[in-house]
Structures are given as C-alpha cells and as structure tokens.
Write a protein that binds this ligand. Structure first.
Ligand code: HEM
Ligand code: HEM
Length: 243
C-alpha cells in the first residue's frame, strides 16, 4: 500500500472503530429510555436507571459529531488528496481559491455543530442545524465526490448525507423532545431514527462494497486501461509466444 492508500482507509477505520460501537451504545440507551418511560405508566421503572435518557443524549451528541466528522474526513480525502493531490501542488495555482473555500466551509460546518449544541433558542438551533447540513451537502456536491446517482438507492453518498442530517436534526430537536407533554416529538424522533439505524447498516454495506471496488493506487492505471466496468470484463494481455 502507498501512503495514499493508507489515507484512503482512515475514514473506514474511524467509522468501524468509533462510530459503529458508539451507535450500539446509543441505541441500547435509547431502548432503555423508552422501556423506562413505558414502565413508569405501570409497574415502575424496574431495574433501568434514571440516567439512561441523559446518557442517550450525551453519547447521541458525540455520535452526531462523529458522523459529521467522518463525513468531513471522507470529503477531505477525496477533495484534497485523491482527486486533487495537495502533495503534488495541484491544489495551489488555479485551484487555490476553491481549495480555500472548501476548507472554510469545513470550518463553518464544524463551528455550526459546536454552536448548535450550545444554542437554546429555537431560531439559533434552526440556523446552526441548517448551516451544518448545508456544509455537508455543499461539500458533497463538489467536483470529485462520487454520488452513484444512477443507483441512488444503494449509494454510500446519499445514505451518508441522510444519516448525518438526521443526527444533526436530533440534536436540534432535543429541547422539543423534553418539553413536549404529548410525546409527539419523542415518537417522531424514535421512528425517524429507526430509519437512521437502517441507513447506518446500509453505510456498513455500501462502504465495504466501495472499498472492494476501489483498487489500490498503483493498480488503478492498469485497471482503467484494461477493464470495462459496464460489462464487467478486463482484457488479459496476450501471453508471450513460446520460444
Ligand atoms: C440512531 C440513533 C438514535 C436512535 C435509534 C434514537 C432513538 C431514541 C429512542 C427510541 C428514544 C426513547 C423515546 C421514548 O421515550 O419513547 C430516544 C430518546 C431521546 N433521544 Fe434519541 N435516538 C438516536 C440518536 C439521538 C441523537 C443523536 C440525539 C441528539 C442528541 C438524540 C436525542 C434524544 C433525546 C433528547 C431523547 C429523550 C431522552 C430522555 O427522555 O431523557 N437521540 N431516542
Ligand atoms: C457512519 C458511517 C459512515 C458515514 C456517515 C460515511 C459517509 C461517507 C461519505 C459521505 C463519503 C463521501 C461520498 C462517497 O465517496 O461515497 C464516504 C466515502 C467513503 N466511505 Fe464512508 N461512511 C461511513 C462508513 C463507512 C464504512 C464502514 C466504510 C468501509 C468499511 C466506508 C468506506 C468509504 C469509502 C471507501 C469511501 C470513498 C473514499 C474515502 O475513503 O474517503 N464508509 N463515506
């Protein structure tokens, strides 16, 4: 593996080693939160501690930061290393302006995530959630990011962007979930994030597929020259004639 190949697997490694274990913990606390609330209606909370809800929210926030973070790491790799290599100097000169804008947008996205959690008023939460989501969408729309739009229903990009926005939205509606006596926000959150859970599983599947499809950097020129992706065939060089 060349350095660029190692950089390629930073995003999958972070996802597998940090995001998915964290997701498991967040979902476990979510289940406990629900069970505890339902049991309070009759039968008492049983053995479920009162900290289940707050723990779900505390780790849920880290999950949301992590998902946006690994998405930015993927974009950073694609935009600054893979497609326009910063090390080759390709990002200076003509592309200097766009490179600076993309970096600034990453900063705006990270800053919006930090401010979103600190905002109390509904307006600011909407503003920062919108800014963070826009950052994820606009950076994803940049030249070089592969969308697989012709197969959007199994696209790692569309699933990833959707799951990131759902996590951002969950932070944004946290005060509403707590304030709402009718539980409508709570139920909407549970249903929508049950879908997010499926999308997370989809990320595991589509991400693994993408890793399999992307060749090692030193193999790419040969594969591009000799393989036909539509027909799934490669021309095999003729064997040298026997002496
Ligand atoms: C895939 C991820 C997630 C799933 C499946 C999920 C699901 C749930 C479920 C089932 C509940 C219990 C609802 C009830 O009482 O019936 C809940 C509560 C809650 N969730 Fe999530 N959630 C996820 C991520 C998040 C994130 C990222 C946040 C944002 C910080 C969040 C914020 C909350 C809040 C504020 C509550 C109420 C907690 C309490 O009662 O103390 N959730 N969630
Ligand atoms: C929470 C989980 C994940 C999220 C939110 C996520 C999101 C994204 C996004 C938005 C992109 C850029 C668009 C694209 O090239 O498709 C991307 C790229 C990629 N992802 Fe993921 N992903 C996740 C997990 C994974 C996993 C588990 C793997 C592999 C095991 C993986 C492998 C890849 C690969 C190979 C790329 C292309 C280039 C790169 O490595 O940066 N992803 N991901």
């Amino acid at each position: 593996m060349n350095p660029v190949d190692w950089l390629m697997i930073v995003h999958p490694t972070l996802s597998v080693a940090l995001i998915f274990p964290l997701l498991g913990i967040v979902v476990r606390y979510a289940w406990q939160t629900r069970q505890r609330r339902l049991r309070q209606g009759g039968g008492g909370p049983g053995s479920i501690p009162a900290t289940a809800g707050p723990d779900h929210v505390r780790l849920g926030r880290w999950l949301a930061y992590g998902v946006v973070g690994v998405t930015l790491v993927a974009y950073g790799f694609i935009l600054f290393v893979w497609k326009f290599n910063v090390l080759d100097g390709q990002l200076w000169g003509d592309r200097g302006g766009i490179f600076a804008l993309q970096l600034a947008l990453m900063g705006v996205t990270v800053g919006s995530m930090a401010l979103l959690t600190r905002s109390r008023s509904r307006l600011w939460r909407i503003v920062f959630a919108a800014l963070a989501s826009l950052g994820v969408l606009v950076l994803g729309g940049q030249e070089g990011v592969y969308h697989r739009s012709e197969e959007w229903y199994i696209s790692h990009y569309y699933y990833g962007v959707a799951v990131a926005i759902l996590m951002i939205g969950s932070i944004a509606i946290t005060p509403e979930i707590y304030r709402d006596r009718t539980h409508r926000w709570r139920i909407a959150h549970s249903l929508i994030n049950a879908l997010a859970l499926l999308l997370f599983i989809g990320q595991g599947l589509t991400g693994s597929r993408d890793l399999l499809e992307i060749s090692l950097s030193w193999q790419t020129p040969v594969i591009n020259a000799q393989c036909d992706w539509a027909n799934k065939t490669c021309t095999v060089p003729e064997a040298p004639p026997n002496p």
